[in-house]
Write a protein that binds this ligand. Structure first.
Ligand code: C5P
Length: 273
């Protein structure tokens, strides 16, 4: 099967960029959601009456950037699989191809499984966390616009509002004073909090993942996003503006905030100026 024709339009923020690549979105949704404490995979947790996964999936499809969406689900999760199958039926003709794969034990493994299932002809891939269920369309467009303009790797970022320090555990003799001691303060104006979708030239991301395949357990555990792997290749990773409502739903507080965004006076897809 070959990749589908690019879907129409690149959204209100599209500018004067190069030809749009054939884009697939990898949606990683195979996490356990332990920190959310719902006793079920995070993708199934209800948000405004609908599972987190469905919000994420609808956001991608509405953006119109993808010719294929490849979803990594917890292996053996029949409920989520059925949801995705039902959603396939909902998609009008011309919507993206929906592919489902079993996720792995780590996020990186889930991404790898999904990359292996992308259609021939795919030129660029956006890797997106299902946990960022409310990412506005404009962020998808900014990432794809940057790829169309020549970026091999691009990530959405937001400024950091807190002062960020590095710490170490205190020595035994100081342990009664406090558990940790500060060893440095990062310059806040240069710090960015990194979100998804992260966009890549497909060949570049495949190479980055191949090089990481031999990592030991500690190295593998330290990989928290795909851009880190591409940075190791020496490829420049560009940054575009993300959105604060694209928060990663991780803790019960995040879920309350996400519910508030959906129910609040500003509306579900509120986008800050
Ligand atoms: O665990 P973390 O918050 O980093 O997860 C980020 C995203 O990666 C979530 O959307 C989660 O479902 C996904 N993930 C995955 N496979 C795993 C672990 C996490 O798809 N084994």
């Amino acid at each position: 099967m070959s990749a589908r024709e690019p879907s129409a339009g690149s959204g209100p923020e599209s500018g004067d960029h190069g030809p749009r690549p054939v884009v697939a979105v990898v949606l990683v949704a195979a996490g356990s959601g332990q920190r959310l404490g719902y006793g079920m995979p995070k993708a199934r947790v209800p948000l405004g009456g609908e599972p987190i996964l469905m919000h994420a999936l609808r956001g991608i499809v509405t953006s119109g950037v993808a010719q294929q969406v490849c979803i990594a689900l917890p292996p053996g999760d029949g409920t989520l699989r059925k949801m995705c199958d039902d959603f396939k039926g909902e998609l009008a003709d011309g919507g993206p191809l929906l592919t489902i794969v079993d996720g792995g034990a780590t996020r990186t493994e889930s991404v790898r499984s999904a990359l292996a299932a992308l259609e021939e002809g795919t030129q660029a891939v956006l890797v997106h966390d299902a946990a960022r269920a409310l990412t506005p369309e404009s962020v998808f467009h900014r990432v794809v616009d940057s790829l169309a303009a020549g970026a091999l790797a691009v990530i959405p970022v937001i400024p950091v509002v807190d002062t960020v320090k590095t710490v170490e555990a205190t020595s035994d003799e100081d342990a009664r004073i406090a558990p940790e001691v500060v060893v440095g303060t990062a310059p806040r104006e240069k710090l960015r909090a990194v979100q998804t979708p992260q966009g890549f030239d497909l060949g570049t991301l495949m190479k980055a993942h191949r090089e990481a395949a031999g990592f030991d357990e500690a190295q593998a555990a330290a990989i928290t996003d795909d851009a880190m792997l591409v940075e190791r290749l020496g490829v420049p990773v560009h940054a575009v503006r993300g959105a604060s409502q694209s928060l990663k739903i991780t803790t019960p507080l995040d879920l309350i905030i996400a519910e508030g965004l959906l129910e609040g006076p500003l509306g579900a897809r509120w986008v800050e100026g």
